[in-house]
Design a binder for this molecule. Structure first.
Ligand SMILES: Nc1ncnc2c1ncn2[C@@H]1O[C@H](COP(=O)(O)OP(=O)(O)OP(=O)(O)O)[C@@H](O)[C@H]1O
Ligand SMILES: [Mg+2]
Length: 910
């Protein structure tokens, strides 16, 4: 929860990164420059776990081959707590209150209060103290709301682990781990030591674990150790003398993830006691390059700070010299500085983003990194995979045929065995195969077959094999995968019960058959096998040779009905869609045709391989379909588009999508995706649909536009104010406003701005991607700021010449006149600047904004005209002042409206 407090300091990028990391469940925290040592107690536990024999270890954890029982787990959890990292605990309310207080604005007010108290000015002390309370509570309240929203969002994304539970065992015979029928999915936070977890490619390691069984298990530990190469892990230590905990190669660390292979592991430590947990308290995160948005906010802040550095000393010196009261000149200069500081900027940014995030969550879009919202609105190219996005989430096995195209039960049987025994990949194709449960019954799998080994899937080979033994007289290696990739390892073909050597005629026939199916939109997977004498019990990729092609299974992957309208909607919002898939071009072409996505060019992974970066940069602009891609191709395409200046979104849910999700400006994944894809994403959709995405994009744009509004208004009105102060200081024999007045004005204005996140946005602004142009903000500020000064100076003249407030004795009258005009013009101008159109008539503000600005205006009038004026060192103005005021305000509005037209024509309006 202190996440959001941290974001409040938006001008400090380092904080943001830390914060965003924390929003991710097991964020990629990279420990740099910290003591990476494993605490002694943990090192001992891990070493013991690594060196103890598996059976003994299980016993020492009171666990078994089949895991713990539900009641054991519950008892243990009550004792040791949830599997969570402690840091996510919210800070105490008092601490939060202190942080809400601790800013320059409040510190200055406190100083003023102290000065008033010491000079015996009780009224001023009371007024100033109440201001401090008000501004602190305002911030406290806003932030608490944002924090709560963030917590609720986080809870919406599911993070589960697969565990074995002894009491779920269906029959008394213990099943081999990988296909155990007593597996169940539980939230990661519910894991306890002694739990047995099943892991496969794409999973995050949910706690510190000891490997019990590993199959080609490769992990990325970069999150933990910074090393980028995958490390292999085994069930047994490769070197039994090893005792450096981080080198133990049968220990898995929380926060790392499985790149390939599969494992069964025993949970050894959980939560804060894991290595990750101990690290989380000490980590220094590496800085990612700040996003365009962060650096934009920084630029604006710096602009104002630089400006302040020039103006404030000037104000100080001028007032000191001319009025000879250096203390007052100092306090005044400081107040001007505070007036210039956009101290509410971080809070407005936070609450605008948080509010956007909450609204998005109602559209089933969960934002993991808050500043992704801005990128969401800026995105102009969306790259997406095919399955589940363009097509329905449900794939069905439609055909199982031999090489002649005749239905064949053999093919289905082999495919079933392959899907049943493989553990490396969880995907929809296997789910579809396994739906044919009748086969399992007929085959009596567990009695007739036993698994010998498997060669897991990877996205370069595009195939996977399992080796099973039937009656022990031979082993069968069964392979399934993409057509070309399987054919490349086949030397024969099974035709009408005969095994025939592959020749070009056969190959041509097969090509014709599969092309036909692909063009009908069927995804085709080839199935092949070979029999091997049972001389070995481990197999590797090298054994995938000399296979016999049995036939094909074909899947129906029909397009979603919503895809076509969603594509059209994205198009009208200025976003072009590109399809990046590992599947082949024929199927993809058919799907694109079905959903009405015009194809502007198809490029294959193999072709991309041959292009250098410059060539690729040209090609990605023109082509919109990319097929047969490896994960690295996907990433390269995203990078090329980014380098061309696009803001690129990538949507995907597989292991193969993770690198591209990382590379994109905005990574989008789904709740059902593999852990590492979810981890890499900035946005999680609770429903994989392009339609949902469109709502998200619009919400993102609204959020961004409102934030920009605030920044533009505040920058320009602060700029104008200081300009006026400078002019007034030079000519007046007294202060144009007391420090107190400046601060009250500032606070009231800020107060009215808290409604900005809720404001309406003009329709036409939502049509195009919204980019961030920090230079435009300075231009806007320099353009519109001085306009207000013209009318401020007119007010000075009015007070001086008409109302004869021309001596120190009359200064309160002068100050009151300017106080009202300044506050009213600043508040009114909010309505002018929030739209390029005619306010109220062509573009209506939200009711809340209207309410807040009206309240502030009335309150300002009350302070001056009401009975409390002397508390604020103000005095009631003669009624004859008001017609002048109205004239001044109307002229101001008129001139601003004119200038808006000119500005928009010249520079455009965002
Ligand atoms: N479970 C599996 N068994 C065998 N082969 C598979 C399996 N999953 C994928 N393949 C093969 O690998 C190819 C690429 O995988 P996949 O289609 O999942 O890639 P992708 O880029 O995620 O595609 P999509 O855009 O459709 O999500 C598939 O077309 C198929 O030939
Ligand atoms: Mg996919």
């Amino acid at each position: 929860m202190d996440i959001f407090r941290t974001i409040v300091r938006l001008t400090r990028p380092r904080q943001i990164h830390r914060l965003f990391r924390r929003l991710t469940l097991l964020g990629p925290v990279v420990a740099t420059g910290v003591n990476k040592e494993v605490p002694a107690a943990l090192a001992k536990t891990l070493n013991e776990a690594a060196h103890t024999d598996a059976t003994l270890l299980l016993r020492s954890f009171h666990s078994s081959d089949n895991g713990l029982t539900e009641s054991e787990v519950r008892a243990l959890r009550a004792q040791i707590g949830l599997n969570e990292i402690g840091q996510e605990k919210p800070p105490s309310a008092w601490l939060h209150l202190w942080h809400s207080y601790r800013n320059p604005f409040n510190l200055l007010l406190s100083l003023l209060a102290l000065v008033s108290y010491l000079t015996g000015d009780a009224k001023a002390t009371i007024v100033i103290s109440s201001m401090i309370a008000l501004s602190t509570l305002l911030r406290f309240w806003q932030e608490s709301k944002s924090n709560q929203a963030a917590d609720e969002l986080k809870a919406m994304v599911s993070n589960t682990a697969t565990v074995l539970r002894r009491d779920l065992l269906v029959n008394s015979t213990p099943s081999p781990y990988p296909n155990a029928n007593n597996r169940t999915e539980i939230p990661i936070k519910d894991l306890v030591p002694g739990d047995i977890v099943l892991l496969s490619a794409g999973d995050m390691i949910p706690a510190d674990c000891r490997v019990l069984i590993a199959k080609d298990l490769f992990l990325s530990q970069s999150a933990m150790t910074g090393e980028s190469l995958p490390v292999e892990k085994y069930a047994q230590l490769s070197n039994p003398t090893m005792n450096n905990p981080l080198d133990l190669d049968n220990i898995l660390f929380m926060g790392t993830n499985v790149i390939s292979g599969s494992a069964t592991a025993l949970v050894v430590t959980t939560g804060k006691r894991t290595y990750f947990g101990t690290l989380a308290e000490r980590v220094v995160t590496t800085d990612r390059a700040p996003t365009a948005f962060q650096s934009g906010v920084n630029k604006v802040s710096w602009l104002l700070i630089r400006f302040m550095l020039v103006m404030v000393p000037l104000v100080f010196l001028i007032n000191g010299y001319t009025k000879h009261d250096w203390l007052e000149a100092f306090l005044f200069a400081i107040s001007v500085a505070v007036g210039l500081t956009p101290e509410m900027l971080p809070m407005i940014v936070t609450s605008t983003l948080a509010k956007g995030a909450v609204k998005l969550s109602k559209q089933k879009v969960i934002v993991k990194r808050l500043d992704a919202i801005q990128n969401f609105g800026a995105m102009d190219v969306l790259c997406t995979d095919k399955t589940g996005t363009l097509t329905q989430d449900k794939i069905v096995l439609a055909q199982h045929i031999d090489v002649n195209g005749a239905p064949s039960d053999d093919v289905l049987t082999f495919a079933y065995l392959n899907s049943y025994y493989q553990t490396g990949l969880k995907n929809l194709l296997d789910v579809a195969v396994l739906e044919h449960v009748d086969i399992a019954r007929n085959l009596q799998i567990s009695q007739q077959y036993s698994k010998v080994d498997e060669i897991p899937f990877d996205f370069h080979r595009r195939r996977m094999s399992v080796v099973v033994s039937e009656h022990d007289d031979h082993h069968e290696l069964i392979c399934k995968g993409a057509i070309e990739e399987v054919l490349s390892i086949c030397t024969s073909i099974q035709q009408d019960g005969q095994r025939i050597a592959v020749d070009s005629v056969l190959l041509a026939n097969i090509a014709e058959l599969t092309t036909k199916m692909n063009s009908d939109g069927l995804r085709v997977v080839a199935v092949a096998m070979k029999e091997i004498p049972p001389t070995q019990d481990t197999y590797s990729i090298a054994d995938e040779n000399d296979l016999t092609l049995i036939g094909f299974i074909a899947f129906l992957d029909p397009p979603k009905e919503t895809t076509a309208p969603a594509l059209a909607a994205l198009n009208t919002h200025g976003i072009s869609v590109k399809v990046l898939t590992g599947d082949n071009e024929l199927v993809t072409r058919k799907i694109c045709y079905d959903v009405g996505l015009p194809i502007t060019g198809i490029l294959l992974g193999s072709q991309i391989e041959e292009l250098n970066d410059a060539q690729l940069a040209l090609v990605v602009e023109t082509h919109n379909i990319y097929a047969k891609l490896s994960p690295m191709h996907k990433e390269r395409i995203v990078r090329a588009l980014k380098a061309n200046g696009h803001v690129v979104g990538f949507m995907g849910d597989g292991i193969n999508d993770a690198p591209a999700l990382h590379a994109a400006d905005i990574g989008i994944s789904v709740d059902t995706a593999v852990d590492i894809a979810k981890e890499a994403a900035d946005i999680i959709l609770l429903e994989k649909s392009l339609m949902v995405l469109e709502h998200g994009v619009i919400e993102g744009r609204k959020t961004f536009i409102n934030m920009l509004k605030y920044i533009k208004m505040t920058a320009s009105s602060n700029f104008g104010n200081v300009f006026s102060v400078l002019v007034a200081s030079a000519f007046l024999p007294f202060l144009p406003m007391l420090p107190l007045h400046l601060l009250v004005q500032n606070l009231l204005y800020d107060f009215s701005q808290t409604s900005i996140p809720f404001d309406n946005v003009d329709e036409e602004l939502l049509k195009q991607p919204q980019h961030w142009h920090p230079t435009e903000i300075s231009r806007f500020m320099i353009f519109f700021g001085p306009i207000s000064s013209i009318f401020d100076i007119a007010t000075f003249a009015l007070m001086w010449f008409v109302f004869h407030a021309d001596s120190a004795a009359n200064q309160t009258l002068f100050q009151s006149g300017w106080f009202i005009e300044g506050l009213l013009s600043q508040t009114l101008i909010v309505h002018m600047i929030r739209t390029r159109k005619i306010p109220f008539i062509q573009s209506r503000p939200s009711a809340f904004l209207l309410f807040m600005t009206t309240t502030v205006v009335l309150f300002g009038l009350f302070i001056v005209m009401g009975p409390v004026a002397h508390y604020f060192k103000l005095q009631a103005l003669p009624l004859s002042y008001f017609p002048y005021l109205i004239a001044i305000l109307l002229s101001y509005i008129g001139l601003t409206q004119l200038m808006k037209g000119y500005y928009a024509k010249r520079y455009g309006w965002q």
